[in-house]
Design a binder for this molecule. Sequence first.
Ligand code: HEM
Length: 424
Amino acid sequence: MELLDQPAVNGGAGSGVPRAPVKFNLFDPAFHADPYEVYARLREEDPVHRTVMGAWVITRYADVKTLLRDNTFGVFDIPTRIERKSQFLEKKNMGELRTLAQAMRRWLMLCDPPDHTRLRSLVNRSFTPGAVESLRPRVQEMVDRLLARVRHTGRMDIVNDLACPLAVTMIASMLGVPEEAHASVTRWADGLSRVLDPLRSLEQYAEMNNVAQEFLAYFRELFAERRRHPREDLISSLIAVTDQGDKLTEDEMLSVCMLLFIAGEKTTVNLIGNGTLALLKNRGEMERLRQDPSLIRGAIDEMLRYDSPVQLNTRVPKKDVTLHGKTIPAGDLIYFSLGSANRDPTQFPDPDRFDITRREKGHLAFSGGIHYCLGAALALIEGQVAFSTLVREFPDLELVPGEIDWQKEIIFRGPQTLPVTFSP
Ligand code: HEM
């Protein structure tokens, strides 16, 4: 199947001096620090690239956008891989990973239709735009509270003082987790946050399985409590769906709760971390936003495009697929590079320029097709409130000089910590 006929260019642009073939090495610290040069070469020289590990990377905007909507491509079955590892551990009496694998089986981004269709339509019923928009005042209250804690010190870590607690607390509040449990939930969410990364060790999976057990035990109790005394929260609303015949089982609902933290924490944190970096390195744009706060929506879209919090989506073709002259065998792992697609000059002219009033729309930071981000509306509200407040109230925000400590994840992109200073 030839999907798109944009030609692949061999040799690359430039002076004519032969260059070494471009390599996509997820373990290279230089790639973590700046993947965009590699992406630019891949788009131009090898848009359907086979990595040294045997996976494939698709980097052009048109290809990624089209293929995300193509049902030839199914999800990458991480739960089955974890179950195989579990069997290995069980044989050696070294524990098991079943709790984790079973919970993950029902995560939307790891489900293909028809399971995906059914689960997504049930969860959508509780995740309405109105329910999400009603959280805006709570987001503002939380941002104000977090900033008040550090304001007198003249410095903060954008990631750990603002972004992480904001992201976790908002999901916890939406679900209706009582405030006294927020610290535990934050610890569990952190412990599980790397589970979607395909390159985890056995020890890491074993730790995550323990965390999953604690998480599920807590939520099972909360679930029983809300069944007895329903409130205006997402858990009570999911229970209402559960109680409509056999629509959503209790195990499915528990998986949904876990999924929201996994899908909603690191992603939002990276939007705030990467967005702050983009503003501080492009102070002219920050000043424009301060002068005209109505530019905030476009500014958040540009942050998502410019340095996308989720860089790669994993997919597996159900049959052989030929694209730009290369055949990807059925069953091979493919990375759709959202980060690269969002810097493709054919869609976004001058793509490496951060421009909060950019006219070209259509970034793929929230993916596309059936797996389009369920939490996009919530993430946008959090971004809008956090950045409007930061820009308004911290005009002399400065990065603390030094190397950025990038997360080691391959799916996500964002700083591990981001120390900044300001006038107290
Ligand atoms: C800036 C923040 C966010 C970004 C960049 C982001 C990005 C994404 C992306 C790229 C996907 C697609 C994964 C795939 O196709 O394999 C996705 C799916 C998903 N996201 Fe988000 N996300 C963000 C915030 C959130 C939040 C706050 C929540 C929930 C509270 C959330 C919940 C989900 C869920 C449940 C899915 C799975 C949807 C499905 O498979 O049907 N996300 N997100």
